[in-house]
Design a protein around this ligand. Structure first.
Ligand SMILES: [Zn+2]
Length: 217
C-alpha cells in the first residue's frame, strides 16, 4: 500500500496522493509499534489498551491530514499558536512529526530489546536502525539544500548528479531499513515462541528468516 501510494504521489505531486503515500506509512508504523511492544506476550493475547491508543493516534493523524487544507483549520491553528507563543503546537500538529514520534518509539524499543533481552540480535537491530536513520539524514539534507544540490547537478556529469538524488536514496534506504526491522521483529517474536529462527542469505546477500514450527513432545 505504501509503495502504490508513494508511486502515485511521486508521479502527480498532488496533495491527495501525498495522503496515500504518508497515511499508510503512519498506519503500518502503528502496526510495527504494536508488534514490537507485544513480542514477549503469550500466543493469542490481545492488548486492548495499546490497540485503542494506536487506533486513536491514527485517527488523529488522519484528521489532521484531511483538515490541514481547510482554511478554518489553519485559522484555529494560528490562533492557538499566538496564544501558546511557541512553535511546539505547530510541530505537534504536523503529521511528519507524528510519524517521527512513532519511529522514535520503535528505535527506543529496539534498543531496549538488543540491550536487555537478546544482545546477540545487536547486529541486525543496529543495522536496520542505522540504514533507516541514514536515509532520514539524506532526506533532510535533500530538503534543506535542494537548491544548491540542483545547481551542483547542472555542473557535474550525470553519473555523479544521479548519486546526489538524496530523495531517491531516502526511499531506497528506508525501504531496506524497514525490511530489516521487520526481520528483527519476526526474529524476536519467533525466538520468544521457541520456533528456532535462523537468518539465511538468499544468493549470499539478501537476508531472510527461516524457522521451524514448535515440535510437540
Ligand atoms: Zn518521496
Amino acid at each position: 500500500m505504501v509503495g502504490m501510494g508513494s508511486w502515485c504521489f511521486h508521479m502527480t505531486l498532488k496533495y491527495e496522493m501525498q495522503l496515500l503515500d504518508e497515511l499508510p506509512m503512519i498506519y503500518s508504523c502503528c502496526i510495527f509499534v504494536y508488534c514490537m511492544f507485544e513480542c514477549f506476550k503469550m500466543k493469542n493475547s490481545v492488548n486492548y489498551h495499546l490497540l485503542f491508543i494506536l487506533v486513536l493516534f491514527s485517527l488523529i493523524v488522519t484528521t489532521v491530514y484531511l483538515k490541514v487544507k481547510e482554511p478554518v483549520f489553519h485559522q484555529v491553528i494560528r490562533h492557538l499558536q499566538k496564544r501558546a507563543k511557541c512553535c511546539l503546537f505547530n510541530s505537534m500538529a504536523s503529521p511528519r512529526v507524528m510519524y517521527g514520534m512513532l519511529v522514535f518509539t520503535l528505535v527506543l524499543r529496539s534498543i531496549y530489546i538488543v540491550t536487555w533481552v537478546y544482545p546477540w540480535l545487536r547486529g541486525l537491530g543496529y543495522t536496520s536502525l542505522g540504514i533507516f536513520l541514514m536515509g532520514f539524514l539524506l532526506w533532510n539534507i535533500d530538503n534543506i539544500f535542494c537548491d544548491s544540490l540542483r545547481n551542483f547537478r547542472k555542473k557535474v556529469p550525470p553519473v555523479i548528479g544521479v548519486a546526489t538524488q538524496f530523495h531517491a536514496w531516502w526511499h531506497i534506504l528506508t525501504g531496506l531499513g524497514s525490511y530489516l526491522h521487520i526481520l528483527f521483529s519476526l526474529y524476536t517474536r519467533t525466538l520468544y515462541l521457541r520456533y528456532r529462527p535462523k537468518v539465511k542469505f538468499l544468493f549470499g546477500i539478501w537476508p531472510v528468516i527461516l524457522f521451524e514450527p514448535l515440535r510437540k513432545h
